[in-house]
Design a protein around this ligand. Structure first.
Ligand code: SAM
Ligand code: SF4
Length: 471
């Protein structure tokens, strides 16, 4: 029976955490985990569908991998994750050697699916690929998470706090691939964070497509289930907390409980949808020592017309008011964002409005994406009318603006000391880590510093990084 697994991850941090969960489950069942595909009997790609580019890369990679089957017919090839769900038929059509296609809600089924493939091979010989497809679950059955623990880093750890997404952003495929939103029970999250803190992890990053709607729906059907019920509960709760002792709880409460009860030194989280980011979140950030002064708050566009078309649920004015309040309550907070250029119908003026918003907010960093239509989304029905060259020029212009702003903000650190969590040794052999504001830092130093907090005196900066020496 094939036992050595190689897994490559595409896409976001949620996928990285899913991959850790998969490896944990398989390792607990006796599979070996290998770092090179040449050493593997099972090659799995955990894929992303958010942009066409991510899918193209995964198709390219699996295309190359399936050629290995000519020399090693016993290889098992699997495509997992969002692209498996979105492109299920296309994968078997374009990649005839693939044995398994399994969606994001099916990751807990993987040990059984691999066992089925092994049985089929024993029965039928190596012959044709198994072509097993598992993509029909609507939500991941969180209560059935199998045993097994695997973590990539030793200083920082991801903790998934919810699955799926209930928003309907016009451009986004995630609600289709990851399904309805479900939050993990509070007690389970607290226990996981406590365990990580005891094991020496210095930081956890809480993950969800929209962490600010945490608590809306739990696997048992409880939760605050919508803004109206949440407002009524809040009005009843004398201390402004949604924790009513029976498990009703929202994201600020979760942050406060992690801060008070787990002992983990630093807490970060992503992603915050601006519509659901409220004063209570900013107060929790201000008042909890462990919660870092960093917020990723994707704006997507500086044009109100486009924000409406994207169905984001806020205006630029409302967004800017939230940023101003956050900066009042959490002085020195770092801000990052996501921006899409070339959304259908984006005019020069609308693009300029985005550029002006970026210049006004002065983010510490920004992820800037060229719009790509995603099959099945609302916007896929609209004409993708911004020419490729225009998308590229707008993308370059925003990257250049952000680089200038980032550099100016980083330069303010030169000569100062930064508190840094040292996470790893980078490819150049330097120690690398992040500040509480999630700024990149590199410095020289001993192996023993990895996994520790350190003071770094900043000597100079690059476009994206503080460069210093251990103080
Ligand atoms: N849930 C998070 C949010 O709402 O911000 C992140 C979702 S998505 C995985 C990350 C980013 O990809 C989005 O914020 C958006 O900027 C970008 N994105 C999503 N769909 C896209 C598309 N069709 N074309 C280009 N960028 C896209
Ligand atoms: Fe996609 Fe919008 Fe949900 Fe983010 S909030 S995952 S952009 S639908």
């Amino acid at each position: 029976m094939p036992r050595q697994v190689y897994l490559q991850t595409f896409g976001c941090q949620m996928n990285e955490r899913d991959s850790e969960e998969i490896l944990g489950m398989l390792a607990a069942r006796g599979y070996g985990i290998v770092r090179r595909e040449e050493d593997a009997d099972i090659i799995l790609l955990n894929t992303c569908s958010v942009r066409a580019h991510a899918e193209d890369r995964a198709f390219g990679k699996m295309g190359a991998v399936q050629r290995l089957k000519q020399e090693r017919p016993h290889l098992v090839l699997g495509v997992l994750g969002c692209m498996a769900k979105a492109q299920r038929e296309e994968i078997f059509r374009r990649l005839p050697q693939v044995d398994l296609v399994a969606g994001p809600a099916e990751i807990y089924d993987l040990p059984d699916l691999l066992a089925k493939i092994a049985e089929k091979r024993q029965r039928e010989g190596l012959g044709a690929p198994a072509r097993l497809m598992a993509v029909d679950r609507k939500v991941r059955p969180l209560a059935q998470k199998p045993a097994g623990e695997w973590r990539r880093g030793r200083a920082t750890a991801f903790v998934t706090i919810m699955e799926g997404c209930d928003k309907k952003c016009a451009y986004c495929i995630v609600p289709m691939t990851r399904g309805q939103e479900v939050s993990r029970p509070l007690g389970e999250i607290l226990e996981e964070v406590r365990r990580l803190a005891r094991a020496g992890y210095k930081q956890v990053t809480l993950l969800g497509q929209n962490v600010n709607s945490y608590g809306k729906r739990f696997p048992d059907g409880s939760g605050y289930l919508g803004p109206k019920r949440r407002e009524r509960l809040l009005a009843r709760a004398a201390d402004g907390s949604l924790d009513d002792g029976i498990g009703l709880c929202d994201f600020p409460v979760l942050l406060r409980r992690i801060d008070a009860e787990t002992g983990v030194p630093w807490v970060k989280f992503t992603t915050s949808h601006p519509f659901d980011a409220h004063e209570r979140l900013f107060l929790a950030m201000a008042e909890c020592r462990s919660v870092c002064e960093y917020l990723h708050l994707p704006v997507q566009s500086g044009s109100d017309r486009l924000l409406r078309a994207m169905r984001r649920g806020y205006t630029t004015e409302a967004y800017l008011a939230k940023v101003a309040r956050l900066r009042e309550l959490v002085p020195g907070v770092s801000l990052s964002t996501d921006i899409i250029v070339g959304f259908p119908g984006e005019t020069d003026e609308e693009f300029e409005a985005t550029r002006a918003l970026m210049a006004r907010v002065r983010y510490d960093s920004a992820f800037i994406f060229k719009y790509s239509p995603r099959p099945g989304t609302e916007a896929a029905g609209w004409v993708d009318d911004v020419p490729r060259a225009v998308k590229e020029a707008r993308h370059r212009a925003l990257l250049a603006l952000q680089e200038q702003i980032s550099r100016e903000k980083l330069e303010q650190w030169v000569g100062r000391e930064a508190e840094v969590l040292i996470e790893e040794r980078n490819r150049r052999g330097q120690l690398a880590g992040h500040t509480r504001g999630h700024l990149n830092v590199v410095c020289d130093g001993p192996e023993a510093a990895i996994g520790e907090m350190a003071l770094v005196r900043v000597r100079r900066v690059t476009a994206t990084t503080l460069v210093g020496t251990l103080a």
